[in-house]
Structures are given as C-alpha cells and as structure tokens.
Write a protein that binds this ligand. Structure first.
Ligand code: ZN
Length: 327
C-alpha cells in the first residue's frame, strides 16, 4: 500500500499548501480517506479543489482516466463533512470514494428519521386534491416527467417507478399497470392504495417494462455499483421501452452550487449522466434540464464542457436523460 500512503501524504501537503483554512490532515484506513478535522464554519458550502498527485485513476462514471482533483464533501453535517469527493476533469462528475462505507455511517445517529420525513398522512388524504396541492412541486415534477416520456415515444402501459417514495409519479402518470421499487416501509401504504405492485430490485431481471422512471435516485448509488444498477434498468425495458433518469445538478467542478448535497454519493454533470446511461447499455433519445434556474460558473472551474454541446454546458438543474435499449 506504499502508493496509497504516498498519495495521502501528497494530498495532505496539497491541502496544507493550497488552503490553510481547511483541516491539515487526512486520516483513515488504507482503503478510504476521511478528513480528520472539522470544516470551520466559514468554509461551509465552499468546494475547494485540491489536485491529486500524479495518478489519474479511472472515473467510475465516464470510464475515462480523469480523476485529478479532490474536495471536502460539501456539507455541514455528520458524517458527510468528514469525507472527500473525487472529481473527474473529463466528465466533471464527482464521486465519494468507498461510498458504501459512507452510507453505512449515514444511518447512524438518527439520520434516517430526518431523511425519510413524516409518512403519517393517510393515503386518501395524501392523494386528495388538497394533499396534492400541499406537495405541489413533487406532483408537478412527476407530471413533466410523464409528459416528457410520452413525447419520447413511451407507452404508459407497464410502468416502474424505481425509488418511488409514496408514488407521485404513478399517481400522476396513471399507467395501465403500476410497479414500484421503494425500500422505505412507510411508503408501502401509499403504493398499495395506488394499486402498485411492489418489487425488489432482484425481480427486474425477469421483467419487461414500457417505461421506467428513476427520479432523484441514482445520485444515491455508489461509485462501484451505479453502472451495473442502471444497466439492470435498461435490461428490464421492453424492446421499445423508455428509461427516464433525473438527477440534481451536481457539477461542483464547474458551477457554484448551493443546494444541500448530503446524503448524495455521486455529483453528476449533464455529460456525466449521459455518458453513464450509454455505458449502461442505453441509447439516449432525449436529454434536457427540467429546471432552467441558472447557476454561476466558477472562476476556478476544473471542468469545461464543449460549449457547442448545449446539454453538457447547461447552467440549469433537474438533469434528465431518456434512453431506450441499444439495438
Ligand atoms: Zn468522468
């Protein structure tokens, strides 16, 4: 593990030299990195990049050798603030190395309670006109996704919402047959109310769907399993099926972003999302941003997309790709 040791030493020196306000040391086991200190309050929300020494390891998202920079995880909360994010200068996407380990820590200390929120409202109230007004943004997002899928040629016959939560999308899209993958047990009563069949991820291998939606889901996957899991979604499409994936704008490598990031483990750029879906066996038929909100470009950007590629160079959020299985 000599190479790893020298990488850590170099990273520690880089951080000391480039950003003395940040914690001066990196500690951790031999297979992941954690910041041993705490970010001071005045650096919260600031992503400061540090160049990694010589080795450019392969980006788990675009598959190119582009991992050149690291930055403290952009969060004020435990355990995230102790972690690092690695960034790719080829696709701009960030990932938490050894994210599976971070996710284990995520559910310590009651974090899951805050994450899941309150699911006490009875389903008939939740999906009443008034209930839907109270969750207007969630239902509006679902409506625009259903519309985009239809425009991209999807038939809303057998439809899977992957990471459905209580089922905004299935309620709005009203498919002929609804399926849902959702690990949160408190969401089950809403999905049952909608008549959705709840599935395990393992069941995907034997299914064929006309449409699959994964909205704000895959940024929670890990760097080691994201290609395989998205590949499984693509493989579960009918020959003329469509997969819609939406993720938040995660391009810290180029943009000033202020939205809360934890507990995300992947920080997608538009180009990174598109490259990932193609690597997973998808043929992209549409890509767009759902939110036109414009972020500012950083002066110290470490990633510059092709300015002629309007999707890659977007300043918006709600990064969306619709794909079909490759022929
Ligand atoms: Zn990359």
């Amino acid at each position: 593990m000599d190479a790893l040791k020298s990488l850590k030493t170099a990273l520690r020196r880089t951080i000391v030299r480039a950003a003395p306000a940040l914690p001066a040391s990196i500690s951790g086991s031999d297979w992941y990195f954690r910041l041993s200190g705490r970010l001071p309050a005045d650096t919260l929300g600031v992503v400061a990049f540090h160049r990694l020494p010589d080795n450019q390891s392969t980006c788990p998202i675009c598959g190119q050798p582009g991992i050149t920079h690291a930055a403290p995880y952009p969060s004020t909360r435990e355990p995230f603030r102790q972690w690092l994010v690695y960034f790719c200068t080829n696709c701009g996407t960030g990932h938490v190395p050894n994210a599976a380990h971070l996710l284990e820590h995520t559910f310590e200390g009651g974090f899951s309670d805050r994450l899941v929120g309150n699911r006490l409202v009875p389903p008939e109230d939740y999906f009443s006109d008034r209930g839907m007004q109270e969750n207007a943004s969630g239902f509006a997002r679902a409506a625009s996704q259903a519309k985009a899928l239809k425009k991209a040629g999807a038939r809303l016959g057998r439809v899977l919402d992957y990471g459905s939560g209580p089922g905004y999308f299935l309620k709005v899209a009203a498919p002929e047959t609804a399926f849902a993958i959702e690990p949160d047990p408190d969401s089950a009563k809403y999905l049952d109310y909608l008549g959705a069949t709840r599935l395990d991820e393992d069941a995907l291998d034997e299914m064929q769907f006309d449409a699959i939606v994964a909205s704000h889901v895959i940024e929670h996957f890990t760097e080691t399993d994201v290609v395989r899991r998205v590949g499984r979604m693509v493989a579960a499409l009918a020959p003329d099926g469509r997969l819609l994936i939406e993720v938040p704008q995660g391009g810290h490598s180029r943009l000033h972003l202020t939205a809360r990031d934890d507990p995300h483990t992947l920080f997608f750029t538009a180009a990174g999302l598109r490259a990932l879906v193609e690597r997973a066996g998808g043929q992209v038929v549409a890509c767009f941003v759902r939110s036109k909100a414009t972020h500012q470009v950083r002066e110290d950007a470490i990633y510059r997309p092709d300015p002629n590629d309007s999707f890659a160079s977007t300043l918006g959020g709600g990064l969306t790709v619709i794909a079909r299985p490759s022929a």
